[in-house]
Write a protein that binds this ligand. Structure first.
Ligand SMILES: [Zn+2]
Length: 535
């Protein structure tokens, strides 16, 4: 009885199978890196064998976003690409149809990236090497990828063993938008605007999964062209739908934009987002929008079941903490350690013990670009106070450009000496100047006009008041000479709108520079570490 029942069940299924053959797809552009192909399934000669193909296939997406550090953070507690590699291996054992994706922001900013090695700044080379070894398969551009110079980004594209998908981003060449490319063995391979991931499971069910990837246009460069991400995503989805069983999106957008896009694409079950640094999961209609925490403190694991007969998609999304509970992949760990040694050697030239805890804060110190480039934050105030403290002669105030802060994150808990290098990767000296009030006022005004950019200033003992600037609580007097400490870059003439602000300006009356590495002013990180240790 039992056998008969099962047989009829198989027969019914096989009938459905033959009437609902999954669509076979021409590839839109390029094929995704394929996970290992399962052993070939025999031709369906017997009823039982064809019946095994149930038309249902499961896939897994391993999603990370906004990863700036290859090594674990918070004293080794969270994150780390070597753990991600293991997590990916574990998921592949569970289901060979696993795709490891990264939703943008990983080549910059990072401390390692700003350091010089073999004559060049490292600029994401460490990240590409670690992610290649971890088996990353697909990445999209985040806004921070365009922090790199054009040639640096091209070098990273060429080095990457994973695929890039760029739906709304193009390379401007001689005033014309062209696809970015990856050069492999002298051959230029254009980055696709969308692609199909072909999957097949053990019982022979196949499916085509379409993917697109869109990026926020918040980092304009004359060599980058952005088209509207909403229109581009809709166009890509429309192109993919006829050849795909399901279409999913990778996005590097603000959450509100993701939610808007989800509303425009109700047929897309999943948007794997980035740009925001805190994990979130939202539902718009039946569309899931998921973001993991920055720096791979967590990863999203999306298990998707596709019924190729009905087109139904079931999704189970799980936020997985990336901690010591996941062992390091030894191969990737070797690469991470190699880069750590390079980093420690360079940093060791400034501080003795990069891993000493120098400060503790329960209140997060805000170094997010969206905050620190638009207003004074507690982190900006802390650094400026440290600068004032490092001065040889009491100062009337301290100023620095917020663009020197590159962490684009908040700091909380134990702060290590090396964390200040992550906050201020460019370093630079601190100079004390005597400056006429009229010029100081002009510099501060331009700092305000630079709102939204790295030229926005952070201060100590300086405040914008309703009737003008206050210096140590007193109205700024144009004829008075003030003693101010600032970072050397600010007086270089290279800051936005401040081309005139150099040592040669007649209203810069005196400049006092540190003479040796013993002086805390020799490197802003040294000054901030000294200040941190006082609490
Ligand atoms: Zn971003």
């Amino acid at each position: 009885m039992q056998t008969l029942k099962r047989l009829s069940f198989f027969l019914a299924l096989s009938l459905i199978f033959w009437t609902c053959t999954p669509k076979t797809g021409q590839k839109t552009t390029e094929t995704a890196p394929q996970p290992p192909t399962p052993p070939a399934v025999e031709e369906p000669a017997k009823v039982e064998n064809t019946a095994e193909n149930d038309g249902i296939i499961e896939v897994i997406f391993l999603q990370i976003n906004d990863v700036y550090e290859i090594a674990p953070l918070q004293g080794g507690k969270v994150g780390g690409v070597a753990r991600l590699a293991t997590l990916y291996q574990q998921l592949k054992e569970e289901n060979p149809n696993t795709l490891f994706v990264l939703s943008g922001d990983f080549l910059s900013p990072s401390l390692l990236g700003t350091l010089k090695y073999q004559g060049n700044r490292i600029k994401g080379r460490q990240m590409v090497e670690a992610l290649n070894a971890a088996g990353l398969q697909v990445a999209i551009f985040g806004n921070h990828e365009f922090d790199l110079k054009e040639g640096e980004l091209q070098a990273r594209l060429n080095e990457s063993g994973f695929m890039w998908v760029a739906t709304n981003v193009r390379h401007m060449v001689n005033g014309k938008p062209e696809p970015f490319y990856k050069e492999v063995g002298g051959e230029k391979r254009q980055l696709p605007t969308a692609f199909i991931w072909e999957v097949r499971d053990a019982d022979g069910t196949t499916a085509n999964i379409g993917l697109f990837g869109v990026t926020i246009n918040s980092n304009p460069k004359d060599w980058v062209y952005y088209s509207d991400p909403f229109q581009a995503a809709q166009d890509a989805a429309a192109k993919l739908e006829p050849v795909a069983n399901v279409v999913v999106g990778l996005t590097h957008l603000e959450l509100v934009q993701d939610l808007k896009l989800a509303g425009m694409l109700p047929q897309v079950p999943l948007l794997m987002g980035g740009h925001d640094h805190d994990n979130s999961i939202d539902t718009v209609g039946s569309v899931i929008v998921a973001k993991a925490d920055a720096n791979a403190k967590t990863a999203y694991v999306h298990r998707m079941k596709i019924n190729t007969h009905t087109g139904e998609v079931f999704l189970r999304s799980e936020l997985v903490p990336v901690t010591a509970a996941i062992p390091d992949d030894p191969g990737v760990k070797g690469i991470v350690d190699k880069w750590q040694r390079i980093q420690d050697e360079i940093i060791g030239q400034v501080v003795d013990d990069p891993y000493a805890v120098v400060y503790h804060t329960d209140v997060p110190l805000d170094g997010r670009e969206s905050s620190i480039r638009n207003g004074q934050t507690n982190l900006g105030a802390f650094i400026a106070a440290a600068m004032a403290n490092a001065a040889k002669k009491p100062v009337d105030g301290a100023i620095f450009n917020s663009g020197g802060v590159r962490i684009d994150d908040q700091l909380q808990g134990d702060i290590l000496a090396i964390d200040w290098f992550r906050v201020l990767p460019f370093g630079g000296q601190l100079w004390e100047i005597d400056i006429r009030g009229s010029l100081l006022q002009k510099v501060l005004d331009i700092g305000q006009e630079n709102k939204g950019t790295g030229g926005y200033l952070q201060w100590h003992d300086i405040q914008p008041g309703p009737g003008g600037w206050l210096i140590k609580g007193q109205p700024l007097e144009p004829d008075h000479v003030y003693h101010i400490i600032l970072n050397d870059f600010l007086l270089s003439g290279h800051e936005t709108g401040l081309g005139f602000f150099t040592e040669e300006h007649p209203d810069v009356l005196k400049v006092d520079k540190p003479a040796s590495g013993e002086d805390a002013r020799y490197d802003v990180r040294k000054a901030v570490i000294m200040w941190s240790r006082r609490f």
